[in-house]
Every structure is written in C-alpha cells, then in structure tokens.
Design a protein around this ligand. Structure first.
Ligand code: AVI
Length: 324
C-alpha cells in the first residue's frame, strides 16, 4: 500500500533537508503538547509496518477501497480524460496505479512520494510494464503545497489526473486538506481531474478498532516513530516506555493516535532534556473521517465544482472523482 506524501520544489542540498527535518521534529517535541508530524512515521520500517496494517482484518479502508475499484473500475475509468497525465500522490510501490494504467488512456505517469530512492525503482518497473507511457519519479514532500506546472506542460493537450488513494487526505486537518486540494485544482486546466479516496464516518467502535488492532501492528507502527526521532535527533526515547493509544474525537471527527508515557521520562535530545510526565501524550497522527456531504464541502472550498462518488454497500469508504 502507500503512505502519504509531497511538495514538488527544487531539491534542497542534502544537509539542509536533514537539518530542516530535525528542526521540525525537535520543535514539535518541545511544544507544551508534544506532536510528531505523521510523515515521520514512514521510514523504511514504518512503510513495512504500514503495509502490514493494510492486511489486518481490523483495518477495513484498504480492502474496501480495493472492492470499490474492482466493482466500478470501468465506470470510473470512463471519466478519465484521453492522453491523461496520471499523477500518483504518494505512489509507494505504484501497485494501485498499475491496476488503473491498464484501463485508462494515459500518456504519462508521474509517481510522487517522499521516499525518493524507493520510488525510483517502482516507477522504473511501471515503465517496463507500460513501455508506451512516459514514466517519471518525483521525490517530494507535497504536504506543504506544490508546484508542478512546468513539469506538466500543456495540460490542455495532456490533461492531468491526480490520483490520491488510501484515504491519505484524512491525515490533513480539513483546512489543510482544502489548501492541498487547491494546489491540485490549480494544475487541472479545463479537463483534468482528481480521483481521491476518503474514509467515511461510521460506528466509532469500527473506526477505533482499525487503529488499535489485536496483534499490535499499529502500536509497533506508532512506536517506530520514536526510533525515527532517535535517528534524526540523536535522542534516547525508549519505545518500551511509551504506550500506543488511538481514540475517536467526536467533535473534530478524527482518530487521534498518540504515544503516552508509561512513567515519568527524561529524554535527552541533543544538549537538552525533554521531560514527559506519566500519562503525557505525544500526538503522532490525526485521521479525519468525513460524511459524503462534509467531503463535498471540502472539494467545493478547494474550487472543485463537479464531482461523482462511488461507495461500498455499507457506505464505509468513498471514491470521489472531482473536476474544476
Ligand atoms: C496513511 N493513512 C491514510 C493511514 C490512516 O488510516 O490514517 C495511516 C495509518 N495510521 C494508522 N493506521 C494507518
């Protein structure tokens, strides 16, 4: 499966990118209410654990999305413009896009992901499977808005179709989701579109179970971020001293994932010590769940005027095709 991702901008020198990551992580951890941005969940081990989550019985989004794609593939594909530039945001192993490229008329495939080295190979494999489609890999963190205008070129001749599956849009707070989708919309020209997948509101117990599985895979995925912090910051978090927690926030309409200190912790971070009191949380992720109406409002706020939605028989998950 895939992780979220991107910003397409000139690549910064290696050191400076590392320093920025460290500064961002440090600033979040030093806040009174500590946070770690969810993008830090996805180092190599985090990606492996996330893929394992996608296979869990409790984690319904992946299989529900797959079922909708299988059920409505032809109908959805019929709305994709001819000679499309298929842009996969957070492409990972490109497995989902590969299933679509067999059914749409694409002239170009652009895989975008924060895991730059990893996607070189997976995008190259797409190129071997579809030799008539020009394939490009873009390593980028698109979570802060992005500019692909130059890369996309003449969007009237080759309309872009942005593909954002996996309900990764839910990892943005609604206002940030609007900003991200505005960026997408600004690239579409008159015929482009956005195929975006959204986890829909349902019984909170079902949603909560998806983030607190019996095997503890999600707990391992969450705690792994402390290993990432130790690598990036040289800190000495001990994963066994924190517990995974997931709760559904009814007011905000999201799952909040946290790591809670089991006892008072003194964590060394470079020259300073961050103290965590017993029970103090570090918030690591929000996963917003929308009603179809709420998500249509997000699309409208981002400037989309037309949309179509496909869902499963239980209305647990929505696949939206939106255009300007
Ligand atoms: C990537 N993203 C859509 C997942 C989600 O459901 O919010 C990440 C995840 N976190 C815990 N389990 C899965």
């Amino acid at each position: 499966d895939r992780a979220p991702a991107p910003q397409v901008s000139p690549q910064l020198p290696e050191m400076s990118a590392d320093a920025m990551r460290a500064a961002e992580l440090r600033a979040g951890l030093l806040k009174r209410s500590a946070t770690i941005d969810p993008k830090f969940l996805y180092d190599t081990q985090g990606c492996v654990l996330f893929n394992a989550i996608c296979e869990l019985d409790e984690y319904y989004p992946t299989r529900t999305e797959r079922a909708i794609f299988e059920m409505y593939r032809t109908d959805i594909a019929s709305h994709v413009p001819r000679a499309a530039q298929w842009i996969d945001l957070g492409c990972g192993d490109c497995a989902k896009s590969r299933t679509w490229l067999e059914h749409v008329d694409a002239s170009r495939f652009i895989g975008v992901d924060i895991a730059a080295e990893w996607i070189e190979q997976s995008v190259a494999a797409v190129g071997r499977r579809f030799p008539d489609i020009e394939c490009l890999a873009q390593g980028a963190d698109f979570t802060r808005g992005f500019d692909m205008h130059a890369l996309l070129g003449d969007v009237e001749a080759r309309p872009p179709l942005f593909f954002y599956p996996g309900s990764s849009i839910g990892n943005f707070a609604p206002d940030s989701a609007v900003t991200m989708l505005e960026s997408v919309r600004s690239h579409l020209g008159s015929q482009g579109g956005l195929l975006v997948c959204v986890d829909l509101r349902k019984d909170p117990a079902i949603m909560k179970r998806a983030y607190a599985d019996g095997l503890g895979v999600t707990a391992a995925f969450n705690k792994n971020v402390l290993r990432v912090a130790n690598k990036v910051l040289g800190s000495d978090f001990r994963t066994e001293n924190f517990s995974h927690q997931a709760r559904f926030d009814e007011v905000r309409g999201c799952i909040e994932m946290r790591l809670v200190a089991n006892s008072k912790q003194f964590v060394r971070m470079g020259g300073e010590i961050r103290t965590f009191e017993e029970g103090e949380p570090i918030v690591t992720e929000h996963s917003y769940k929308y009603t179809p109406e709420q998500f249509v409002t997000v699309l409208q706020r981002a400037g989309f005027t037309r949309h179509k939605m496909w869902t499963d028989p239980q209305s647990w998950f929505g696949v939206f095709l939106a255009s300007a």
